[in-house]
Write a protein that binds this ligand. Sequence first.
Ligand code: TRH
Length: 391
Amino acid sequence: MSLSVQHPPSLAIFCKVVDNYGDIGICWRLARQLHCEHGVAVTLWVDDLISFRRICPEIDVTLESQQAAGVIVRHWLGQDGVFKPEEIADIVIEFFACDIPPGYIAAMAQCAPHPVWLNLEGLTAEEWVEGCHTLPSSRHGMQKHFFFPGFTGKTGGLLREAALEQRRAAFQRDPAAMAVFLAQFGVMPAEMAAIKVSLFCYPHAPVVQLLAAWEQGSEPVTCLAPEGVAFDAVRAFIGDDAAAGASRTRGNLTLRVLPFVPQDDYDQLLWACDVNFVRGEDSFVRAQWAGKPFIWHIYPQDENLHHVKLRAFLQRYAVDAAGAIDSVGAASEDWNGGISANEGWAGLWPALQADMARIAARAGAWQVQMLENGDLASNLLAFARSASRTE
Ligand code: TRH
């Protein structure tokens, strides 16, 4: 027996929040899309509802089970528990190799046929991913397959909702809608002519230098930083009260602190800005779909493994027909603490500014290139259907 195309399957995603918001951000996005666009009956098991509520305010952190956007959300409280085979989903996804409960695995093994078991991995532009994508391994008498997101047709692609492009284009065609959106964060009509930048990074980014470069720069910049992001540098610029709603203008820089917005609003923030500083995995991908120039703060890893991943991405992204886009490469290296022979942000920012038209053109071309790989949710479902036929 195999998963039929006519009858939407059931699917369970197990998500352990390691830190921050990317783990649940990605799982929530995937869960919603599988349900809304493919009719899949999705159960999302997540161990940290407090982080979840930050990106999805409707989550009630006191409930063990609830529904949100048609997805059943279960608070994953521990590894104990006995499950019956009839409780097991047709497709089981463990996110980032989290250990799913032994009782759940035992019940999976009793199912006939076995569910399709996938380990959804982290995003990297490194070439080895193509060789590992969809590879099977034997576990508890079942097959488990790796599923890798990625930037080529030999990977699972990137998460992207079907209507995303349309929504983005409509929003970006409408300057009034953008002004209304930004006005809720205190952005004044006069600031609409400034270079608008969103700032989302880890605490170790050289934000103090970047803010100084904007303050002393040749053009007005409005920087929008969600509350808590680059907390020390933002507080040093604004003064003691750096809570949401706080702002300060000094020199050519206006810095505004925003509330941490719900996930869908975060897309609009990226669309409304001219340049986006993003981090981790999910905001990094959303910046690519925003089609605007962006700088990525990659999640730091032991032994500077993240520098290898950063360079693998830049080799694909920061290059056009004229060759490597050096301003993006140098700024990305410096932002991520890599080797860079430069004069700091006082030089890096003007270089980026001078290249802005070229970088924007590349961002658009990259988006077209990424669209050719399909979207991760559809690719994953298609793979699960084919894997169920060979089980
Ligand atoms: O928060 P991140 O740093 O998350 C992760 C985790 O650290 C994870 O362990 C690691 O594996 C991964 O990075 C690489 O960054 P990310 O991935 O961009 O996730 C942030 C999420 O928060 C994303 O879904 C967008 C959302 N968001 C909002 O909803 N509102 C906001 O105001 C902001 C700034 C972000």
